[in-house]
Design a protein around this ligand. Structure first.
Ligand SMILES: *Cc1c(COP(=O)(O)O)cnc(C)c1O
Length: 242
């Protein structure tokens, strides 16, 4: 597998933009209401640079170490999203490199992030991951516990260095995009419910859902961030770095 050239990535980006625009039209939403996150995991920094030439500003990485390597030094207009599960001993690194972490699912992680961000004098956006597809292999809060988990945060000591921005999920990944509609709709209803509470949830307006295979359904169900890798960068070469 070889990395895409500028012209190849431009063509892929244009094709993707048509998909996104069509889904926005279909659901009566503005294109600006959906942020595209370029998932550059397993692709080299050269491919990130090409994406930047095409106007990419938001990148997603699954693994903290890879995020650190590619995004520690970056232009201030470039935003780094950590989208994969983060082990407790990597939370500090993740907090320091990321503008937003999408995969938080425990109070311990919240506490540790608050501590690290307070020390660093930084405010970090976080999203809570819900295992809405209910798959054993996926991490995140289980559907039945997600709401009570969030409500419990209201009784927790304040975390002035964290901004609770919303929810993230990974769809069903069955190959049939429609299969994810129900879990995306669940995520939106929970996010809306929390946002309506205000208080610590006053900024809870983001829904990170939809990938290469199911982004149209996610946009129709209210995604404000879609995380797209394969459609932009091509297939990933897991063999090389895994
Ligand atoms: C890899 C990954 C993506 C991107 O998936 P594609 O199918 O390549 O678009 C999105 N979200 C998460 C959490 C991922 O790990």
């Amino acid at each position: 597998m070889s990395e895409r050239t500028l012209e190849e990535m431009r063509a892929a980006y244009e094709a993707l933009e048509s998909r996104i625009s069509a889904a926005c039209v279909q659901s009566n939403r503005s294109r600006e209401s959906v942020k595209l996150i370029w998932v550059s995991k397993f692709h080299p920094i050269e491919s990130v640079r090409i994406a930047e030439k095409l106007g990419a500003t938001d990148f997603g990485e699954n693994r903290v170490q890879e995020a650190v390597e590619k995004f520690t030094e970056r232009d201030p207009k470039i935003h780094c999203h950590v989208i994969g599960p983060v082990q407790s001993n990597k939370l500090k690194k993740a907090a320091l490199v990321a503008d937003c972490i999408h995969s938080i699912a425990s109070v311990e992680a919240v506490e540790k992030l608050e501590k690290v961000c307070a020390e660093a004098g930084k405010t970090l956006d976080i999203l809570f991951q819900v295992n809405a597809g209910e798959e054993e292999t996926k991490s995140g809060l289980e559907i039945h516990e997600a709401e009570s988990f969030l409500l419990n945060l209201e009784n927790h000591a304040p975390c002035p260095h964290l901004r609770y921005r919303g929810l993230m999920t990974i769809g069903k990944n069955t190959g049939v995009a429609e299969d994810s509609r129900e879990c995306f709709a669940f995520l939106r209803s929970l996010q809306q419910k929390m946002l309506a509470r205000g208080g610590i949830f006053e900024h809870f307006d983001e829904l990170s859902m939809g990938m290469t295979g199911d982004l149209e359904v996610a946009i129709e169900e209210g995604a404000t961030m879609i995380r797209v890798g394969t459609a932009l960068f091509g297939e990933r070469d897991y063999g090389q770095k895994a």
